[in-house]
Design a protein around this ligand. Structure first.
Ligand code: SAH
Ligand code: DHB
Ligand code: MG
Length: 226
């Protein structure tokens, strides 16, 4: 419908205030060359996560769903030298492409990539954090398989502190989120997630509907309050 126009508006602002660079371009190119799906967040969304990580003063970030590493690079860049981003990816091919991209971006000191199903790696991370007395995560970005969002949110809460932020992608799905009979297989998972978040007294949340080069979607932004 108006997607072409909103894409142009996205481009207009990207050129002004979130210019791409050769590293980010390289990530999208290698992703496409390797046949990965074109489902990274947009440039503007990347800049938004970068801003959020900076505002939060994040030193430890957890990402669930790496793909080619595009969103991870945006967030890692917002952290101080000794900051750490842990990113979880199920597909070996995606992880291989992402690892090459983290090397290309000179961010291997800051980014730790773990391959495997996130529901297997999250308990390991929790165990290691308590064994090594590591700080909780200041920010979590949930962007993997939608049917498990409810479980990822529970894990995020276990690994965060009061004041941490949890941001979750794809909660609007071109508006399909309000259709309980949606043909989009991801919608029931997203709806269950939205309901879980809404009744959890430990968080306060808001949705940012997003429009632009990636069409209509949205971020759920939650802040841990208890
Ligand atoms: N955050 C990325 C995009 C992630 S796309 C970016 O914006 O650049 C979603 C990713 O989640 C895919 O790479 C997919 O392989 C991964 N994924 C799907 N199921 C998973 C699981 N169970 N555990 C970990 N990663 C998973
Ligand atoms: C799609 C988009 C995403 O951002 C994602 O994480 C998964 C799927 C999609 O457009 O299908
Ligand atoms: Mg997504």
């Amino acid at each position: 419908m108006h997607n072409a126009l909103w894409g142009q508006v996205d481009e207009y602002f990207n050129d002004l205030i979130s210019p791409s660079d050769h590293v980010l371009d390289h990530i999208l190119q290698t992703s496409e060359q390797a046949g990965l799906p074109a489902i990274s967040i947009s440039e503007a969304q990347g800049k938004f996560l970068y801003m959020l990580a900076g505002i939060q003063g994040a030193r430890r970030i957890l990402e669930i769903g790496t793909l080619a590493g595009y969103s991870a690079v945006w967030m890692a860049r917002a952290m101080p030298e000794d900051g750490q981003l842990v990113t979880l990816e199920f597909e070996q091919l995606h992880a291989d492409v992402a690892m090459d991209n983290f090397k290309y971006a000179n961010l291997t000191d800051k980014i730790e990539l773990r391959t495997g199903s996130a529901l297997d790696t999250l308990p390991q991370i929790a165990k290691e954090m308590s064994e090594k007395n590591q700080e909780p995560f200041d920010m979590v970005f949930i962007d993997a398989d939608k049917p498990n969002y409810v479980h990822y949110f529970d894990w995020a809460l276990k690994l965060c502190r009061v004041g941490s932020v949890i941001i979750s992608d794809n909660v609007v799905r071109r508006g399909e989120v309000i259709n309980p009979q949606s043909a989009d297989v991801n919608v029931p998972g997203i709806r269950a997630f939205n309901e879980t978040v809404s009744v959890n007294p430990c968080v306060t949340s808001v949705v940012l509907q997003t429009v632009g080069s990636k069409g209509y979607d949205g971020f759920m932004l939650s802040r841990v309050v208890a």
